[in-house]
Design a protein around this ligand. Structure first.
Ligand code: FRU
Length: 520
């Protein structure tokens, strides 16, 4: 038996067609309140109800499309739909009607989208190439019946800039060989073999499939059974090439989310660096090496936009963790996405690493900057002169360590005595976010904690780049080579900020705090 919300969605679609979906979404928009508790002001959030992974991210005709795992009938996970929004600048989003509803083949789980420029699928025309979404069908009835082949891959297409979608009548395009976890297809065009490649998460590894028309897929290889982290199920893979900064060497990067078994428990995203010839991915690091995209607890299922010029890889993650995503203390909606990030490859003393930085488009929401006076810091210095609310801001601080074993950081707080600490711990040679006393935490034993990211550079200055948005902190330390993303739920907005040193003096070389505007 399908559960009631699933049936409800189906009946609506059958009886009213697409218009029903539209009306429903408009109603939800009408009830949206940007001042709701913990509501981010410039991060993407669904207007109402549940959201998890970003899906189908594709750039087309001047618009960034963002689809997302969505359950429109509840604030907890349920039968999955693809919610939809578009943006011209990756910052301000226009919410569109739900793009994909569950159907007789199942719920619509995560997947990707591409522009089929040469109309290889025949689902559009050369003059008007279709956008094709490739996603997982999850058949809950089949799962409950005890069978293990309940996840298959389907496609849907749009020839009107993503505004309406049709499911392909020959679905599923890839059947399940009898494996429980068989999902989250990311598809891209591989110029070398002139093939579409699908990378698919299959329990404890990824598999590669190729196709000439996006409708017929053949398995060509697999990777990972004995590589990287294996404390949980592999999900939401991505595969693309990037050139190392300041070098012409090209590497292939594979992102693989894992849950549980993440760096700090629960969900996290690991990556591999290597080469790929269309069939085989060769890891350049020892199999036991595990590298993490983000060392916070709240960046999961992140993948990159397709159809953007090579070497410009824009990444977006879901800013939550399956350990507590369903119970975080928000009321009308659940979860936000990370700030969109540009990925880059950098040579460090520890080897090649993937770094992340907020996309340059963040400049479009900057609204007034305060420069901090440089000089010595010894202890805690409250910044009382900032003429705007720092709970939605960007901070760039660069410290020169004068004494060894000195910690430096930023303290955010409110009148309730709640504190969020973001800094550098010299003894551990690591950056950290400490949310142990940053607000509500009783909703989950797995929530409160301090999350460290090892420092990979050996420069003498400590560089903090922090993005704060009411209920989230994203730290891009050392030019994005140590990244930590954590959400937090203060009982009152944190509007006090101070800079501190602990255990000695430090020199603040440069500091800047910028107000970031609300997109509401
Ligand atoms: C990752 C994930 C995917 C799946 C989707 C279901 O968070 O579990 O593997 O497709 O969420 O909503």
């Amino acid at each position: 038996m399908k559960n009631i919300p699933f049936l409800y969605a189906c009946i609506l679609t059958i009886v009213f067609g697409c218009e029903a979906g539209k009306e429903k979404t408009d109603d939800l928009d009408a009830e949206t309140t940007p001042t709701e508790n913990h509501r981010p002001q410039f991060h993407f959030t669904p207007p109402r109800m549940w959201m998890n992974d970003p899906n189908g991210m594709v750039y087309h005709k001047g618009e960034y499309h963002l689809f997302y795992q969505h359950y429109p009938d509840s604030t907890v996970w349920g039968p999955m739909h693809w919610g939809h929004a578009v943006s011209k600048d990756l910052m301000r989003w226009e919410h569109l009607p739900i793009a994909l509803y569950p159907d007789s083949l199942g719920y619509i789980f995560s997947g990707s989208a591409i522009v089929d420029k040469d109309n290889t699928s025949g689902l559009g025309t050369r003059e008007n190439p279709p956008i094709i979404a490739i996603y997982t069908y999850h058949d809950e009835d089949v799962r409950r019946s005890g069978r293990n082949d309940f996840q298959t891959q389907g496609i849907a297409f749009s020839t009107d800039e993503g505004r309406t979608w049709k499911k392909y009548e020959g679905n599923p395009v890839l059947n399940n060989p009898g494996i429980e976890d068989f999902r989250d297809p990311k598809v891209f065009w591989h110029e070398g073999t002139k093939m579409w490649i699908m990378i698919l998460a299959v329990r404890d590894h990824v598999e590669f499939y190729n196709s000439k028309d996006l409708k017929h897929w053949e398995k060509s290889g697999e990777f990972g059974k004995a590589e990287g982290a294996h404390g949980g199920v592999w999900e939401c893979p991505d595969l693309f090439s990037l050139t190392i900064d300041g070098d012409q060497t090209q590497k292939w990067i594979m992102l693989v989310s894992i849950n549980p078994g993440g760096i700090h428990g629960g969900s996290a995203t690991q990556y591999f660096i290597g080469s790929f010839d269309g069939k085989t991915f060769t890891n350049k690091n020892p199999a036991s090496t595990t590298l993490w995209v983000d060392y916070g607890k709240d960046n999961y299922a992140g993948v990159t936009w397709s159809n953007i010029a090579d070497d410009n890889r824009i990444f977006l993650g879901w800013m939550s963790n399956w350990q507590y995503a369903n119970v975080v203390p928000t009321e009308k909606w659940r979860s936000a996405m990370t700030i969109p990030r540009t990925l880059h490859l950098v040579n460090t003393p520890s080897g090649i690493r993937v770094g992340s930085r907020p996309v340059v488009e963040i400049a479009t929401i900057r609204q007034g900057t305060e420069e901090l006076a440089s000089g010595e810091i010894n202890g805690n210095i409250p910044l009382t002169d900032i003429p705007f609310d720092v709970s939605t801001s960007e901070m760039l601080l660069e410290f020169e360590l004068a004494d060894e074993n000195v910690d430096v950081g930023i303290e955010l707080s409110n009148e309730k005595g709640e504190k969020l600490l973001v800094g550098f711990d010299a003894a551990q040679n690591s950056y950290y976010i400490d949310r142990r006393n940053a607000g509500k935490k009783d909703f989950s034993d797995d929530f409160a904690g301090i999350h460290y990211a090892p420092r990979v550079l050996e420069t003498s200055s400590i560089k903090l780049h922090l993005i704060l948005d009411v209920a989230s902190a994203e730290l891009f330390a050392d030019d994005g080579t140590a990244v930590i993303t954590d959400i937090f739920f203060p009982q009152e907005v944190m509007t006090n900020v101070s800079i501190f040193s602990k255990g000695g003096r430090v020199n603040l070389k440069a500091g800047r705090i910028t107000r970031l505007a609300s997109i509401w």
